[in-house]
Write a protein that binds this ligand. Structure first.
Ligand code: GAL
Length: 744
């Protein structure tokens, strides 16, 4: 070969290498085994941390803890309704600073999975949709509907562009390696048939055309069109396979625990079972696992969905609501991740060979050509341990467990053998004392007289009226009662029945409280039935309807009703019953105290507060309470103990801590057995206690002195017993016995 042709060839090779390395430097692709980052198949461990569920000053610590726990990826949804509170008005500040969050992930050295949705479910108000979307003419959510698709595309494009501008996709050198479009569309798709199919094809095409340079996924959507990867969500995913043989097996939601609802118990998931589920998925050939949630956090403000999702979104996650490490969950999973990573080379190089070791026992062996061998020995029996022989060696396998052998010889980890003790969390007193409480009674005398009040014939759906700018809507009407009707009939007082589509209602007659009714998450609607004091002449009936978070899941939940839908009846009058449903009603949106902005230091002086405990207690009615306090020393997380309160909302320095409710947990509690298949309900705590007594107060929301605490209380709770507590955690060192057990 001539010198010139040799040098030409070299040039070509060099260019190819350079171009190649350029491509290799910043690329994310996939094949049937795994996500491929910069040319390498990877086993990736991920965890969900939702940025608005903590404060920016907590983010770095949470992400560092996640990294220390053996995670490679942080997964977050994008929450449309906080970013676009009204059409075209965007908010990416503070807790909503998505770019800062993703940059923090990058700074800590992890990857990100951006689940744009924009439908996210997530126990988040309205599943993440802005409520104004309901009012777009001709709209129908999550189907083949022009106005919906246009809005969804607009927001998705906006987020992708924002990430691109900051070079946050891995294809640009950033941390984002995956993105999700839609969320668990499978069940919807099946219900909608052709329209669902057309919509999901459109969504995939729309997303792919945005050219992010990283793969898109759709979770729980078997029909995800190429090149979008369909992924699994659930407590177990070992029976899941992607819809094409050339797609990797990914698990986008491995549920680490479960969420809570007011009036329900606390759910826990034993870490042994979680580790077992993850190991079972990996041994089957899975290569990406995301814990939903790794840190659940807090539903501040009115962000909780449901209805009735609690303000706490702790989720029994490895990092607790306050950012503290929860043992043994955190370390046991960390050990699991380390063991899995030791097998990485074999796992991504080969498909498993499965052999039986007994009726309930199996070996999954991954042998790569390069002499690497990793094995997973499983015992699926829920109750009995087993002794198995593998490669001429004996292994003890506890019930419902998997041992991991990164060299096909030594079991370095077993999912059921926990080396770590259980964390003990305590809520301890702080030095902070509240100044004397002052009270302002919500003014019912001038209801419906404000300039914003209006009247209509009949009962109106609540969210159509409030646009969800407040939880509260007053329905007010009057009834004329004759002198004879005002007498007790046979010693019985007349009664009122009020039917509400949800979520709670407080009934006032002539300014006097008559009682309340509440729905539940299973049954949102509720009916109030109770006696009323009527007098001769005009009687004023005022019904305060209260929303407790808009639904986040369910077929066309945007059409579900909230508020008093009727009928509303007076019973036991002289002439029998009186139907009030279709008469004239007046409406007042929100509370007077909200209109006056009593929650902030500017608004707080607009009314005369009454000092003293008598004012705070007294007869049950709707009350605002305020007090001041200084921040306690130290850096332990803080919470308000609201055990003495009823139901309402609480603010500190104008920032909403969230809704509170001392609804007592109903249901069967048990001692959380570790045996066989887990499901929520199997492992429940807190029955007979308020579901949520403590409410997270982010340190960064406090000044050193004179913090303003404002509470709106619906049920006559006593603020004088409120205290500010600090959360501490103590994890005893593993005992000798535990260590010995380990050596087995
Ligand atoms: C999933 C959903 C998540 C979350 C989870 C329960 O079905 O995708 O967003 O709602 O359930 O916590």
């Amino acid at each position: 070969m001539e010198t010139s042709s040799v040098s030409k060839l070299l040039m070509v090779l060099l260019t190819a290498l350079l171009v190649g390395s350029e491509l290799i430097h910043c690329s994310v692709t996939y094949d049937k085994k795994a996500i491929i980052i910069n040319g390498q198949r990877r086993i990736l461990i991920s965890g969900s941390i939702h940025y608005p569920r903590s404060t920016p000053d907590m983010w770095e610590d949470l992400i560092r803890k996640a990294k220390h726990g053996g995670l490679d990826v942080i997964d977050t949804y994008v929450f449309w309704n906080v970013h676009e509170p009204s059409p075209g008005n965007y908010n990416f500040e503070g807790r909503y600073d998505l770019v800062r969050f993703i940059k923090t992930v990058q700074k800590v050295g992890l990857y990100a999975h951006l689940r744009i949705g924009p439908y996210v479910c997530a126990e988040w108000n309205f599943g993440g949709f802005p409520v104004w979307l309901k009012d777009v003419p001709g709209i129908s959510f999550r189907t083949d509907n022009g106005p919906f698709k246009a809005a969804m595309q607009g927001f998705t494009q906006k987020i992708v562009q924002m990430m691109k501008n900051k070079k946050l996709f891995q294809s640009q050198g950033g941390p984002i390696i995956l993105s999700q479009i839609e969320n668990e569309y499978g069940p919807e798709s099946r219900a909608l048939g052709g329209a669902g199919h057309a919509y999901i094809n459109w969504a995939a095409k729309m997303a792919v055309e945005l050219g992010t340079g990283v793969p898109w996924v759709m979770c729980k959507e078997d029909d995800a069109p190429d090149p979008v990867i369909n992924t699994c969500n659930g407590f177990y995913c070992d029976t899941f396979s992607p819809n094409k043989p050339y797609k990797p097996t990914l698990w986008t939601e491995s549920w680490s625990g479960w969420f809570t609802e007011f009036g329900g118990p606390i759910h826990q998931r034993p870490v042994q079972d979680l580790a077992f589920a993850v190991a079972r998925f990996i041994q089957k050939g899975g290569s990406y696992v995301n814990y939903y949630m790794y840190h659940g956090g807090t539903n501040f403000g009115r962000s909780a969905g449901g209805p009735f999702i609690t303000t706490s979104y702790d989720y029994d996650a490895p990092i607790d609501e306050y950012g503290l490490i929860r043992q043994p969950k955190y370390d046991h999973l960390k050990d699991l991740h380390r063991a899995i990573k030791r097998c990485q080379h074999a796992l991504v190089s080969a498909d498993p060979t499965v052999t039986s070791l007994g009726t309930y026992q199996q070996a999954h062996v991954f042998s790569s050509g390069a002499g690497k061998c990793a094995a997973f020995l499983a015992n699926y029996h829920p109750k009995s341990a087993a002794r198995v022989t593998f490669n001429n060696r004996k292994y003890h396998l506890p019930p419902w467990s998997i041992s991991i052998l990164p060299d096909c010889r030594t079991a370095v980890f077993n999912t059921a053998k926990v080396r770590v003790q259980t964390s003990q969390f305590h809520m301890l007193p702080t030095s902070s004392k509240f100044s004397s409480w002052e009270t302002y009674e919500e003014d019912l005398s001038s209801l419906a007289e404000s300039s914003k009040a209006f009247s209509a014939v009949g009962l109106l759906e609540q969210i159509n009226v409030t646009k969800d700018r407040t939880d509260y809507l007053w329905y007010i009407t009057s009834v004329d009662i004759s002198l004879s009707e005002s007498f007790l009939r046979g010693g019985h007082r007349p009664t009122i029945s009020v039917q509400s589509a949800g979520h709670a209602v407080h009934v006032f007659v002539n300014g006097q409280f008559s009682g309340s009714a509440f729905g539940t998450r299973e049954e949102r609607s509720c009916t109030f039935n109770g006696p009323v004091n009527l007098h001769a002449g005009t009687n004023k009936i005022a019904l305060l309807s209260v929303a407790v978070g808009l639904p986040n899941v369910g077929h066309h939940f945007e059409t579900w009703k909230t508020g008093i839908v009727g009928p509303v009846f007076l019973h036991g009058l002289d002439r029998g019953n009186k139907d009030l449903t279709s008469q004239k009603w007046s409406y007042q949106i929100g509370l007077k105290g909200e209109a006056m902005n009593l929650v902030s230091s500017n608004g707080v002086s607009s009314v005369d507060w009454v000092r003293g405990s008598l004012a705070a207690q007294g007869q049950q009615s709707l009350k605002w309470h305020k007090a001041y306090f200084n921040a306690p020393e130290g850096n332990e997380p803080l919470a308000l103990d609201l055990g003495s309160m009823g139901k309402g909302q609480v603010w500190i320095n104008g920032q909403s801590i969230g809704r509170y409710w001392m609804a007592y947990a109903k249901g069967d509690c048990n001692s959380c057995p570790y045996s066989g298949t887990f499901r929520p309900g199997k492992c429940q705590l807190g029955c007979g206690q308020p579901t949520q007594r403590w409410y997270h107060v982010p340190r960064s929301w406090l000044k050193s002195t004179q913090n303003l605490l404002v509470i709106f209380e619906e049920l006559g709770g006593n603020p004088w017993k409120i205290s500010l507590v600090r959360r501490t955690v103590h994890t005893p060192a593993a005992t000798k016995e535990v260590k010995e057990l380990e050596q087995d």
